[in-house]
Design a protein around this ligand. Structure first.
Ligand code: PLP
Length: 421
C-alpha cells in the first residue's frame, strides 16, 4: 500500500470499495467539481428525471384527479415506511409530511401539552437554530409558564453530563439533534432517550443530519418521537418534504396541534367538527405536495439497496481519512478540527476551523472547484455522502485546500459574508 498522503492510496481504496458502483446512478455534470455539501443538498439521481417526467406527463397530464386513487394518497406512508427501514421504525410509525421545522412544531407542542404539569423544555447549544426557534415558539403557545433551557457545550461534543443533570421531573420535553449540524457530534440515542424517560420526560430526536449516513434504530432506542429531513443524505431535492415518526404506543396519546382534514378520521365525510384519526395519520394536516414527495423515493431506494451498515462503514473510514490528511497537511497551516476525533461519535461531515474560514471557503468554491459550506464563526464543513463520495475526491479536495493556502488565493476575497452559505 502506498503512503496515505499519495493519491495512489485513495485510488486503491476506491478500487476496493464495494459501494463504488452506486456513484454511476448519479448525475455528475462536471467531473472536475468536488462536491462536499451532500449534507445540505444531496445530488440528483439519473432516475429523478424519469420519475419526474412520468409524474408530470402521465400521472398528472393524463390521469388528472384519478391520480389520487392510483397511488398519490398512499405516497406519504409508502415512502415513509421505506425511510422507516433506514431508521428502525415500523411502516405505521413514520410518514412523509411538511417540513422538518413544521413537524418539530407539531410533535413538540403535542409533547408539552401531554406533559402538562411540567415547565421545562431541554435542548443544547449545538442544536439547529430553527429547532431552537420552534421550541421557543412552542413554549409561548403552551398556555402555561414553560421555558426552553439551552444546555451549553464545548462547541463540539454533546454536553451529556450537563444534560443528565438538567433533565428532571419538571422537564416536559428533551429535544436534540441526533447528529449536530456544525461539529457532526452524534448522540447515543438509546442512552439519552433513557435519561429523558427516567425523569418522565418525552424525547424528540431531529435526525436531519444522520438519516441516510449514520445508522439509528428508533425501536431499539425506545424513542417516542423523531423528525428528519429528506433533501440532505436522502437526495430528495431542494426543499423536499420531511418526515415525522411517532412510536405506536404514543400515537393515540398525543394530539396534532394543527388539526386539518388530512388528520380527520373520516375526511371525506366533510363533517363540521374535527374528529381525529387515532393512528399516525392524525399528525397530517393538509394536501401533500405529490410532485416533491415522489422524488424522495429514488434516493431512499438506493440507500436501502446499499445498506446502512455498509454506508456507515465507508463514511467512518472516509471521515477518518480526511482527518488524517488534515493532521498532516492542514493542522500546521492553522486549521483546527471542529469535529470529534473519536469515530464512534462522529457523523458524516467534518468541520475544519480557520480564522480565515469564510474567505478560504470562497476561494475553494470559485478558484478550486471544491464545494463545501461555511458555518459561522469559522467552520468549513466538508460533507461526505458515502453513496457517491470517493476517497480520491477527499484526497483531491484536501490537496486543493492546501493549494489555496500555499498560493494565498483567499486574500482576494472580501471578509463580508453574503448569500446562502
Ligand atoms: C436541515 C435541518 C433542518 C431544516 O429544517 P427545514 O424546516 O427544512 O428548513 C432542521 N433541523 C436540522 C437539525 C437540520 O439539519
Amino acid at each position: 500500500m502506498p503512503n496515505f498522503t499519495e493519491i495512489a492510496y485513495a485510488q486503491q481504496l476506491d478500487a476496493k470499495d464495494p459501494l463504488a458502483h452506486f456513484r454511476d446512478q448519479f448525475v455528475i455534470a462536471d467531473p472536475d467539481l468536488i462536491y462536499l455539501d451532500g449534507n445540505s443538498l444531496g445530488r440528483l439521481l439519473k432516475k429523478h428525471s424519469r420519475t419526474a417526467q412520468d409524474l408530470i406527463e402521465r400521472q398528472w397530464g393524463k390521469r388528472l384527479i384519478r391520480g389520487w386513487n392510483e397511488g398519490w394518497i398512499e405516497l406519504q406512508a409508502q415512502i415513509g415506511s421505506k425511510i422507516g427501514q433506514l431508521v428502525g421504525a415500523d411502516a405505521d410509525e413514520l410518514i412523509v409530511a411538511d417540513s422538518t421545522s413544521i413537524n418539530l412544531f407539531k410533535l413538540a407542542l403535542a409533547a408539552v401539552r401531554y406533559n402538562n404539569g411540567r415547565s421545562k423544555i431541554i435542548t443544547d447549544d449545538l442544536n439547529f437554530p430553527s429547532d431552537l426557534y420552534i421550541l421557543q415558539g412552542v413554549a409561548q403557545l403552551a398556555g402555561r409558564p414553560l421555558r426552553v433551557q439551552i444546555i451549553p457545550s464545548d462547541g463540539i461534543h454533546g454536553p451529556v453530563q450537563a444534560l443528565a443533570e438538567a433533565i428532571d421531573n419538571d422537564t416536559a420535553l428533551v429535544a436534540l439533534s441526533h447528529t449536530v449540524f456544525k461539529s457532526s457530534y452524534t448522540y447515543d440515542m438509546t442512552a439519552v432517550t433513557q435519561l429523558a424517560h427516567n425523569a418522565g420526560a418525552l424525547m424528540l430526536w431531529d435526525m436531519s443530519h444522520s438519516v441516510g449516513s449514520v445508522p439509528a434504530d428508533l425501536h431499539a432506542a425506545n424513542a417516542p418521537l423523531a423528525v428528519g429531513c429528506t433533501y440532505k443524505y436522502l437526495n430528495g431535492g431542494p426543499g423536499s418534504p420531511a418526515f415525522l415518526y411517532v412510536q405506536r404506543a404514543w400515537q393515540a396519546k398525543l394530539g396534532n396541534p394543527i388539526t386539518g382534514w388530512m388528520g380527520h378520521e373520516a375526511m371525506f365525510d366533510f363533517a363540521l367538527d374535527y374528529q381525529r384519526d387515532n393512528g399516525l395519520r392524525h399528525f397530517l394536516t393538509g394536501t401533500p405536495p405529490i410532485l416533491s414527495i415522489a422524488l424522495i423515493e429514488p434516493g431512499v431506494d438506493l440507500l436501502l439497496e446499499a445498506g446502512m451498515a455498509a454506508l456507515r462503514a465507508k463514511s467512518a473510514q472516509q471521515t477518518s481519512y480526511l482527518i488524517d490528511l488534515w493532521r498532516t497537511w492542514l493542522e500546521p497551516l492553522g486549521f483546527r478540527l471542529n469535529s470529534p476525533e473519536e469515530t464512534a461519535v462522529r457523523g458524516s461531515h467534518v468541520s475544519l476551523g480557520h480564522d480565515d474560514g469564510w474567505r478560504i471557503s470562497q476561494a475553494l468554491i470559485n478558484d478550486m472547484r471544491v464545494i463545501p459550506d461555511f458555518r459561522k464563526p469559522d467552520n468549513i464543513r466538508l460533507g461526505i455522502a458515502p453513496i457517491y463520495t470517493r476517497f480520491s475526491d477527499i484526497h483531491e479536495a484536501m490537496r486543493r485546500l492546501r493549494q489555496v493556502m500555499d498560493e494565498r488565493l483567499y486574500e482576494r476575497y472580501s471578509l463580508a459574508e453574503n448569500g446562502v452559505t
